[in-house]
Design a protein around this ligand. Structure first.
Ligand code: CTP
Length: 411
């Protein structure tokens, strides 16, 4: 179903927490990206941000109860017509009422009539988030097919900090778009209950405290994969090597610098994972003798840097899989330019034969392709001999197409 002018319809439910003001930014981002957003605040939400603000920013009338326009049966219509219901912030009280199936305001009534994906972004004090009642409610909502993102850890209202902070509004909007990108296929999230680890970015191998050997991987494709997995209901850990992007909403992000740090973090997270995607550009070599102090030019031209090999993390994951978690799906990336040794695809096939991952996403890099851009194209090679071409598209859509192949193999 689509709104005016074919725009996807989003219901933005807002419940009564201080983070309601951040939902304004989510609303602005979604309307700017062409979505038709209908805001449904709870009465308590209006104590934080008034009706006029929601109506002005969304360009639609705003109601909180089922008694406005009774002839229209608003809760049925709004729920039925939505492509996505997004609740920002979701308070402990709102989730508890949703679990109980109550319909005491327009938002909970809408949640009962909606048959589209539902995404909750909780925000509350750490004690409330960790309370067994809230944990149980979140588990029930997830079991029923809703996506409930884990709140971020950080500064809360007042001087305290901990788990319970609303993820960045821009990232919530991006996650909402990743759910909508699934299109009509977005029924029950097909990675619900699965754990996915994604490595992203590029490692840095330090020569001295300020200089390093690095690469130009931005982390965008890895972050798009994390977001796509979250949009399909997975719990996601991102091992981020020097990534300067905001954390994907709902992901646990572990920051690393070097290939050795990345290896430790990936192995630690992989123990409980159903899928590991190695999207990071990992340095193959590191300086054998990194200096403790900044190298000075007075010493003259330094001797050539002596390098030693780094472990191949993906190959290690493949060789230790049976002992760690049989059936775990391992996905590698190969950024290739092609060259005298063969075409991009030849090199990809040879790499898959060497690394023996289940899937290898081969993409051509260099000259405006791959790094630092939002578009990408690829061929996904399977160890089973399959080859799937993904035409030039956004990194977000490419991520979904890669996950389509992952989901098919997990089943
Ligand atoms: N990879 C890894 N550990 C390394 C190097 C690479 O886990 N030390 C992973 C990457 O994350 C990626 C895949 O292996 O998923 C392929 O990386 P790539 O750099 O293309 O492969 P290399 O084996 O390093 O081959 P080359 O650099 O010679 O092309």
């Amino acid at each position: 179903m689509e709104g005016a002018g074919g725009r996807p319809r989003v219901v933005l439910g807002v419940s009564g927490g201080i983070a309601a003001y951040k939902a304004l930014e989510v609303l602005r981002r979604l309307t700017e990206s062409g979505h038709d957003v209908r805001v449904v605040p709870t009465p308590a939400a209006l104590r934080f941000v008034g009706e006029v603000t929601w109506a002005a920013l969304s360009g639609s009338p705003v109601h909180t109860d089922v008694w406005a326009d009774p002839d229209e049966v608003a809760h049925v219509r709004i729920g039925r017509e939505a492509d996505l219901v997004l609740v920002v912030p979701a308070t402990a009280d709102l989730m508890s009422r949703a679990v109980a199936g109550r319909a005491d305001d327009l938002l909970t009534a809408t949640l009962l009539t909606a048959r589209c994906p539902v995404l909750y972004a909780p925000a509350m004090h750490t004690e409330m988030w960790e309370h067994p009642a809230t944990r149980a409610n979140v588990a029930v909502l997830r079991e029923r097919g809703a996506i409930v993102v884990d709140p971020a850890v950080g500064r809360l209202t007042g001087p305290d900090s901990g788990a319970g902070r609303l993820p960045e509004p821009a990232e919530i909007a991006a996650l909402a778009r990743a759910v909508l990108a699934l299109g009509p296929a977005a029924g029950r999230p097909d990675l619900a209950g699965r754990r996915v680890v994604v490595s992203a970015g590029g490692t840095r191998e330090h020569l001295d405290p300020v200089r390093f050997l690095g690469n130009s991987s931005s982390g965008r494709q890895g972050y798009a994969l994390a977001r796509a997995a979250l949009a399909r209901g997975a719990r996601v850990t991102v091992v981020a090597a020097n990534v300067a992007l905001p954390d994907p909403a709902g992901a646990t992000v572990v920051r690393v610098t070097s290939a050795l740090d990345l290896r430790d973090a990936v192995h630690a997270a992989a123990g409980s994972a159903d899928v590991v995607v190695m999207a990071a550009a990992v340095a193959d070599f590191r300086p054998a003798k990194p200096q403790d102090y900044k190298i000075k030019k007075e010493g003259g031209v330094p001797a050539p840097v002596e390098l030693e090999p780094n472990p191949d993390v993906l190959a290690e994951l493949v060789s230790t899989r049976e002992a760690r978690r049989p059936g775990q799906l391992l996905v590698g990336f190969a950024a290739e330019t092609g060259g005298p040794d063969g075409s991009v695809l030849d090199l990809g096939r040879a790499k898959l034969a060497r690394k023996r991952a289940d899937l290898l996403v081969v993409n051509e890099v260099g000259a405006g392709l791959g790094f630092e851009v939002d578009h990408n194209k690829a061929v996904v090679l399977g160890l089973d001999g399959s080859a799937t071409t993904i035409e030039h598209t956004t990194k977000d859509l490419l991520a979904h197409r890669v996950l389509d192949l992952v989901v098919g193999r997990l089943a």
